[in-house]
Design a protein around this ligand. Structure first.
Ligand code: NAP
Length: 262
């Protein structure tokens, strides 16, 4: 298979690209930094730059006939209170987590339509299903991508193209270092420091990215995809159904405890 993965210079994307390359697939990794690997071809690309995205896909299609899979993995986090957040940071986040992913999908769609097949995985977060404290815009950016995924499924199924959101729990990567960090104002400082330490410790104790690759491999072997898949520790995944089952107040109290806000 020909598989294009974004955000392959580190973390989950690097693990995915090496995993599928080792399995003998033709893998192209797109991130801004060039990455040396024996298992995949790195094409330095900023996915927020439409020209760069189109050039990268044109370069791939000089060597390959058909694009089988796109994994939209490039993304970043953002931390800070909603009140303190500024337009520049919010736009930077949405420009990568939403617009970058959409530009990649638009660039591969003509090829997938021609061959009446293709699979697209949009890497989302369990946190897209609920507004996480001090990560409101991260939740919102992934939630926006989920809604685009849901809508697109209706639009592209006539060509046998499938799209899904893969919601991840905490995975042990450098995401904490690469987050957009909003300047925290005095009223939020104490509570933010507690929540921030906790969120970093969750990532530090997170699942190995290789396990994500194994899960994605299973997903690629499924014939019919649902819109949403959830991968992570039980304690994180359970937050999704609980939000719908529990009374809203009970759910919020549970989230306050989980995030040490009480
Ligand atoms: N780690 C977690 O706990 C977790 C949980 C849920 C969801 N996720 C999602 O998983 C995905 C991967 O995250 P990660 O944890 O592996 O983080 P990471 O180690 O920080 O990797 C992010 C990747 O995105 C790339 N990237 C950033 N801006 C880019 C741009 N403009 N164009 C192209 N590539 C760009 C980076 O490469 P360059 O800097 O070289 O461009 C890097 O390879 C993200 O979408 C994240 O939201 C992660």
């Amino acid at each position: 298979m020909t598989i294009i993965i974004t955000g392959t210079s580190s973390g989950i994307g690097f693990a995915l690209a090496e995993y599928f390359g080792k399995k003998g697939h033709k893998v192209y990794g797109l991130s801004r930094k060039h990455t040396e690997s024996n298992y995949f071809s790195s094409i330095p690309t900023d996915v927020t730059d439409l020209n760069a995205v189109q050039n990268a896909i044109a370069q791939i299609l000089k060597a390959e006939t058909k694009i089988d899979v796109l994994i939209n993995n490039a993304g970043m986090g953002m931390v800070g209170s909603v009140e303190d957040s500024v337009k520049e940071d919010i736009l930077k986040l949405f420009n990568l987590n939403l617009v970058g992913a959409v530009q990649m999908m638009s660039a591969v769609m003509p090829n997938m339509r021609t061959y009446k097949s293709g699979k697209i995985i949009n890497v989302s977060s369990i946190g897209s299903e609920m507004g996480l404290p001090f990560r409101g815009f991260y939740s919102a950016s992934k939630s926006a991508l989920d809604k685009v995924t849901e809508a697109m499924r209706y639009e592209v199924y006539p060509w046998n193209i499938q799209v899904c959101s893969l919601h991840l729990g905490d995975i042990k990567t450098n995401i904490a270092e690469n987050r957009v960090r909003t300047k925290v104002s005095e009223p939020y400082k104490n509570i933010f420091d507690k929540v921030y330490a906790l969120m970093n410790s969750h990532v530090g104790d997170g699942t190995d990215p290789l396990e994500v690759a194994e899960y994605v491999n299973k997903l690629l072997h499924k014939n019919q995809w649902k819109a949403h898949y959830y991968f992570g520790k039980f304690g994180q995944k359970i937050g999704v159904p609980l939000k719908w089952i529990l009374p809203q107040g009970t759910y919020e109290n549970l989230m306050k405890k989980y995030n040490k806000l009480d």
